[in-house]
Every structure is written in structure tokens, then in C-alpha cells.
Design a protein around this ligand. Structure first.
Ligand SMILES: *[C@@H]1O[C@H](CO)[C@@H](O)[C@H](O)[C@H]1NC(C)=O
Ligand SMILES: *[C@@H]1O[C@H](CO)[C@@H](O)[C@H](O)[C@H]1NC(C)=O
Ligand SMILES: *[C@@H]1O[C@H](CO)[C@@H](O)[C@H](O)[C@H]1NC(C)=O
Ligand SMILES: *[C@@H]1O[C@H](CO)[C@@H](O)[C@H](O)[C@H]1NC(C)=O
Ligand SMILES: *[C@@H]1O[C@H](CO)[C@@H](O)[C@H](O)[C@H]1NC(C)=O
Length: 426
């Protein structure tokens, strides 16, 4: 072999070697790892872009907010090993179509932009409610927060209309802020490293698991009003105003004591059917799980100007409190949880007869009732139907508390010697 041929061969081998290194070898590297390396730089570029576009985002991802090991100074650290990250963005009118206009910017740095919209129950207008920025390695989910009442904010669930769910390049794990609309107390934003987070962060995190919001059905309420009229007397209107005020005061005391409560019986039916107080109901009914009973409760209501009317039952069985404020009666029903149902008790103060009201198991959701953030049983319809039967949609003016409800059962008699304790009328 000539010297020149040897050199040629060496050069060819060198080229093949370099070619293998440059074009083929990377394919053997862990794909995942390469993607993440790309994503770290890409993520920082996205943050810079959002900031340049004055789209202020804050971290709401519960896994990140509760992670004490994270370095919040370093954006790449925040997304390292993750396929998605969840941000919040406070709704501002002028951002309505901004994101669409910036589509090209996002694409230039390797993110595909997809959004979903929602109708605001406050304004009746449609607004984008979720933004997804999807690259090969990372999906940035931006959840839009809307003002609701004076001191609450809400987010909607993801509603894919068309072109249904994006099938490629978006990692939609659907874990958080995805499946339900949610209601939160308003929060401030505070800096944590290079990011903004809701403040107080602990409170925000505590709210996440039980933040599901169910809206009162306005269509149903309108149909009910069309059918049965809204011909309220002055007296009705006064009652409705006072009843709302009673819910509001009870909420204040119970919230201060950290006792979760929900709209029950007639007050719940009014919310579900009419989005309002039932004018002929003449009282306000709230439910509380007995496990949340706190002995300070009676005192707090008395301090607040309620008069304790009666105590029926005892904490271990069929407990029930009734207060009066002016001409409004407020009933607090305490609920007991069994393996496959929940129940509350009733007591006839003259005969000592005990009753049991049986409900299918339920959890609690938030709703907005007459501008108040309160809980309702969830799902609501089975609860209503247990209590009022399948004909709950029809107004019934004559209702006997111990005979009419389909879910009431006789539950024996209180022993005479216990009456002094379990039947206290003031
Ligand atoms: C939402 O409420 C906050 C605080 O009350 C207020 O500063 C902000 O302007 C409101 N945003 C919109 C879009 O109304
Ligand atoms: C939310 O919905 C998605 C899609 O239906 C589902 O895959 C996911 O498990 C749900 N997440 C929760 C927390 O229910
Ligand atoms: C938000 O900040 C304002 C002003 O500092 C404060 O009055 C308010 O209580 C804060 N709200 C929350 C939920 O922390
Ligand atoms: C609201 O009520 C209407 C009329 O009763 C019903 O057709 C509709 O399904 C309800 N909507 C929801 C979300 O439950
Ligand atoms: C409303 O009620 C009043 C008094 O009950 C009655 O005189 C009036 O005719 C009713 N109006 C309608 C539109 O039903």
C-alpha cells in the first residue's frame, strides 16, 4: 500500500468515526435525558418570553409548592425530571386574545399552543380558561383564575370543545386543576426565588383537595320561576333577605371556629331548585358532621345574638341544635357517618320519639349561594331526592318534619331518665 493510500484510509476512517459520533451516537443516548436537557433551556426561554409579553404567571403546582427540597432560584431545577408544570395566571380583560396573537412566538421556541375556553357565570362571556404550551419534553399548563365574589376566585375545568384533546406532544396528566371547576379564597402573590407563588401558600395548598365548585343550575331555576311564578309578597321578600343574612352570620361563626358546614334540607333544596331561599320555608337548615362538633359552638352563636331554642339528642346520638334570631329559626343538624350511608337524628319533644333521616354517602363541594361561599352535599341530587323524593321539583307547602321526608325512619324512644339531657327546650 502506498503511503498516500494509507493516509486516505486514515482520513476516511476518521470521517466515519466523527460521523458516527455526531449523527448516530446521540441516538443511543437516553432520549429522556436529552429531552430534559433541551427542556431546561427551552423552559427558561419560555419564562423570558412570558415575562416580555407581560403575562404574569405563578406556580400553583401542588407537588412543587409542597416540595421543601427545591431550589426556586433555578428554573431548570423546577422542571428537572418533570413532564409538566402547572402555573396560574390572573384573568385580565386585555389578555383575552393575546395568547392567540403570540402563537408564532411560542412556536419559534418550540412550544405548540392550545387553549380551552369557559363561560363566566358572572359576565356570561367566554374567556380562555386554560392555556397549554407543549414542547416535546414539557407541557406548561397555565390555569386562568377569575374573580368570583368579592373575596373568592375560581378556575374552570378543562373543556375540550374542538379539536378535542390535543393528541400529540402535550403531556396532559390531568392531575391538578383539570377535572373540576374550583373555588378558592382570594390570595395574594409572593416571591419565592425566581417565581411567584400564592400566599399564604400553606392555606392555598390546604384548599386544593376540597376546592371543587358546583354551580347552582340557572336554567333549572329559570324554568321553576317560569312555571311557579316569582310573585313574592313583601313578607316573603323580608324573610328571604333575613334568611340570607342568617346563613351569612352562621358562616362567619362556623368559619372562625373552622367547622365545615353545608346547606341542608329546605335551604339546600332552595339552592338546588331555585338558586334562592324558598320563601315559605320559614327557617334555615345547615348540616355539620358530628366529628366537627366543638363545644364552643353554642357560645359563639349566643355571642353573635342567636337565642338557643332547643338541644335535642346528645353528641353521641341524634344531636341537633336550634337557634332563633328575630323571627328566623336556624337549625343545625349533626350528621353521623356509617359504612354505606350518612344520617341525622330527629326528636319529638313531647313523646320522646326518635327519628333517623338516612342519606346516601356524600362529600362536600363549594357553591356560591346568594353571593356567599358555602358548601353543599356532592353529588347534590341524590341527597335532595333522599330527603324530598323524586318530585322535589314541585313546590310543596305542607311538610311534616317527622312524616313527609321519604328518608325518615322511626328510631325508638329516648328512655325517660335521659329526657332531661336529650330534650332541652328553652
Ligand atoms: C380581581 O380582584 C382583584 C382584587 O379584588 C382586583 O385587584 C382585580 O383588578 C380584579 N380583576 C378583574 C379582572 O376584575
Ligand atoms: C381527570 O380526568 C382525566 C381524563 O378523563 C383522567 O385521566 C384523570 O385520572 C382524572 N384525574 C382525576 C384526579 O380525577
Ligand atoms: C393580601 O395583602 C393585603 C395587603 O397586604 C392584606 O391586607 C390581605 O389580608 C392579604 N390577603 C391574604 C389572603 O393574605
Ligand atoms: C340544568 O337544568 C336543566 C333543566 O332542568 C337540565 O336540563 C340540565 O341538564 C341541568 N344542567 C346541569 C349541568 O346539571
Ligand atoms: C300576586 O299575588 C297577589 C297577592 O297574592 C295577587 O293579588 C296577584 O294577582 C298575583 N299576581 C300574579 C301575576 O300572579
Amino acid at each position: 500500500m502506498k503511503k498516500s493510500e494509507v493516509i486516505k484510509a486514515i482520513i476516511i476512517i476518521a470521517f466515519i468515526y466523527i460521523g458516527l459520533q455526531v449523527f448516530v451516537a446521540p441516538a443511543y443516548l437516553d432520549r429522556e435525558e436529552r429531552n430534559l436537557k433541551i427542556s431546561a433551556g427551552q423552559f427558561e426561554r419560555l419564562l423570558k418570553l412570558l415575562s416580555a409579553l407581560q403575562l404574569q404567571v405563578f406556580v400553583i403546582d401542588p407537588e412543587l409548592l409542597s416540595d421543601t427540597q427545591l431550589s426556586w432560584e433555578d428554573p431548570s431545577h423546577l422542571v428537572s425530571g418533570r413532564k409538566s408544570i402547572t402555573f396560574g395566571h390572573l384573568h385580565e380583560i386585555h389578555t383575552k386574545h393575546q395568547m392567540e396573537r403570540y402563537r408564532l412566538h411560542f412556536e419559534t421556541i418550540g412550544y405548540r399552543y392550545v387553549s380551552t375556553a369557559s363561560f363566566s357565570p358572572v359576565t356570561g362571556l367566554s374567556s380562555p380558561s386554560h392555556h397549554f404550551l407543549c414542547s416535546q419534553a414539557l407541557t406548561v399548563h397555565v390555569v386562568v383564575w377569575f374573580n368570583r365574589t368579592r373575596d373568592t376566585v375560581w378556575t374552570d375545568q378543562v373543556n375540550w370543545l374542538y379539536p378535542s384533546q390535543p393528541e400529540d406532544s402535550c403531556h396532559l396528566d390531568g392531575k391538578y386543576f383539570y377535572n373540576y371547576s374550583r373555588l378558592f379564597d382570594s390570595f395574594n402573590l409572593t416571591k419565592r426565588g425566581a417565581f411567584l407563588v400564592p400566599s399564604p401558600t400553606e392555606k392555598f395548598l390546604q384548599e386544593v383537595p376540597d376546592s371543587q365548585l358546583v354551580e347552582c343550575n340557572r336554567t333549572r331555576a329559570r324554568q321553576y320561576m317560569d312555571k311557579y311564578g316569582q310573585n313574592y309578597t313583601e313578607e316573603d321578600k323580608v324573610f328571604m333577605r333575613k334568611a340570607r343574612q342568617t346563613v351569612s352570620r352562621a358562616k362567619q361563626y362556623l368559619d372562625e371556629m373552622g367547622i365545615p358546614f353545608w346547606l341542608s334540607s329546605g335551604t339546600c333544596l332552595g339552592w338546588f331548585r331555585q338558586c334562592d331561599i324558598i320563601p315559605y320555608s320559614k327557617d334555615v337548615d345547615l348540616g355539620i358532621f358530628i366529628k366537627h362538633f366543638n363545644a364552643d359552638l353554642i357560645h359563639a352563636f349566643e355571642q353573635g345574638g342567636f337565642f338557643l331554642k332547643h338541644i335535642f339528642g346528645k353528641v353521641s346520638d341524634s344531636y341537633e341544635l336550634s337557634f332563633q334570631s328575630g323571627d328566623i329559626k336556624l337549625d343545625l343538624f349533626f350528621f353521623y357517618e356509617a359504612a354505606d350511608h350518612a344520617w341525622n337524628g330527629g326528636t319529638h319533644h313531647e313523646t320522646g320519639q326518635k327519628y333517623k333521616y338516612i342519606f346516601p354517602k356524600f362529600s362536600l363541594c363549594w357553591t356560591i349561594f346568594l353571593d356567599l361561599k358555602v358548601r353543599v352535599p356532592c353529588p347534590s341530587q341524590p341527597y335532595i331526592e333522599a330527603n324530598y323524593g323524586k318530585n322535589w321539583l314541585e313546590p310543596v307547602h305542607v311538610w311534616e318534619w317527622n312524616r313527609s321526608p321519604p328518608n325518615v325512619r322511626d328510631n325508638g324512644l329516648w328512655p325517660q331518665e335521659e329526657w332531661k339531657e336529650v330534650i332541652q327546650v328553652f
